[in-house]
Write a protein that binds this ligand. Structure first.
Ligand SMILES: Nc1ncnc2c1ncn2[C@@H]1O[C@H](COP(=O)(O)OP(=O)(O)OP(=O)(O)O)[C@@H](O)[C@H]1O
Ligand SMILES: Cc1cn([C@H]2C[C@H](O)[C@@H](COP(=O)(O)O)O2)c(=O)[nH]c1=O
Length: 230
């Protein structure tokens, strides 16, 4: 048992398999006698901001939601949940976030002109990590999958509790999906927020088995020298 958890944030575009990998990774770590908490964001049913985000993603807001307003809502969602985050970190060997701070950085910066993207990225990261003092992950994992393949995975998902749309406002926007992928690559390349590992979800045109992807994540954790997993 560690004094505080090793924090892993699973990141990527809509439908790339974050939920699948978060849960498979948790199961794999638990099978190695590690205690693991999985926390997904947004907290649609839990927080005030989560309720507003549900409205936003369903296209139900009266006024257009700017990138900065969206950034504040996503960050506030985590800030409202901060005590639960800290508790999970204190009580487990691992905390896995299914989306975290980098989602906000990548998505909101994808909504502004290219010349303003860096400023937006820094503004969002500062809001989350400094103003709201949210803990930094030890490792961010970028799941890389192209827009078309990810979109077809979204269509495979069972009915979701936050939307009755087949594709929510973000998922329906191809330009956003392309830009946020560029942003994630940039953020990972610059080691923004903390360390990154980038993993291809498909190989030779087929989806890789989740257990293979999890093994790659575990190798990255071990490489960080934090501890031996098995
Ligand atoms: N590696 C994989 N192999 C086969 N099926 C997969 C794989 N990854 C995800 N899927 C399937 O694709 C669908 C979407 O996966 P998942 O819900 O994990 O994506 P997500 O990135 O969490 O989505 P969202 O961004 O909407 O939260 C699910 O039906 C899941 O079973
Ligand atoms: C946490 C978070 C999420 N988003 C975006 C990413 C998705 O398009 C939606 C909802 O996420 P889900 O995984 O499909 O439930 O919100 C974001 O822009 N910023 C964030 O911090």
């Amino acid at each position: 048992m560690f004094v505080t958890a090793f924090i892993i944030a699973i990141e990527g575009g809509d439908g790339v398999g974050k939920n699948t990998i978060s849960n498979a990774l948790a199961a794999s770590l638990r099978s190695k006698s590690k205690s693991v908490a999985v926390i997904d964001f947004p907290r649609y049913g839990d927080t005030l901001a989560g309720g507003a985000l549900k409205q936003f993603l369903n296209g139900e807001t009266k006024r257009p939601v700017t990138a900065q307003v969206a950034a504040v809502l996503y960050a506030l969602d985590r800030f409202e949940y901060r005590d639960d985050i800290l508790k999970a970190i204190n009580e487990n060997d691992f905390v896995i976030f299914d989306r975290y701070v980098a989602s906000n950085v990548a998505y909101q910066a994808a909504k502004v002109p290219k010349a303003d993207r860096s400023t937006m990225m820094e503004w969002v990261a500062d809001l989350e990590l400094e103003t709201f003092s949210l803990p930094r992950p030890n490792l961010n994992v970028l799941l890389r999958l192209d827009v078309a393949a990810a979109r077809s995975l979204v269509s495979r998902k069972p009915k979701r509790d936050y939307t009755s749309l087949e594709h929510d406002v973000h998922e329906a926007d191809d330009t956003l999906q392309t830009r946020l992928r560029e942003n994630y690559e940039h953020i990972a390349d610059q080691a923004m927020i903390s360390r990154w590992t980038v993993i291809d979800v498909s190989r030779f045109g087929s989806l890789r088995n989740p257990s293979e992807i999890c093994a790659e994540v575990e190798r990255s954790v071990e490489e960080l020298g934090a501890f031996a997993i098995s």
